[in-house]
Design a protein around this ligand. Structure first.
Ligand code: ZN
Length: 98
């Protein structure tokens, strides 16, 4: 939980909340995508990240060290991703149709 200067608290969620927002960007379900944290090198699924929603968007933190791994915000008709806390993001593509 994050407690703001004015005493309000934002409950922690998990990375599953990002499914819709990132799914629109990548066109696939990214909750099972693997990210590696720049802060500690931990590999984890996006769904495992500790997520905080604010009015500006979402901040996802590493479950290992608490560093910010990614931020996502929708600004008008764009989704803006800040991935500077992500060493790699590995997304599995759907199996090709036969
Ligand atoms: Zn970390």
């Amino acid at each position: 939980m994050t407690v703001h200067d004015d005493g309000r608290a934002t409950p922690a969620l998990d990375g599953n909340v990002l499914a819709g927002r990132l799914g629109e960007v990548f066109g696939v379900d990214v909750t099972s995508a693997r990210v590696i944290c720049v802060g500690c090198g931990r590999g984890q699924c996006v769904a495992e990240l500790v997520l905080y929603e604010t009015g500006m968007g979402a901040t996802a933190r590493c479950r290992g060290c608490g560093a910010v791994v990614l931020r996502a915000a929708q600004i008008r008709d764009e989704v803006v991703l800040d991935l500077r806390g992500t060493r790699t993001l590995r997304v599995s593509l759907p199996a090709p149709a036969v």
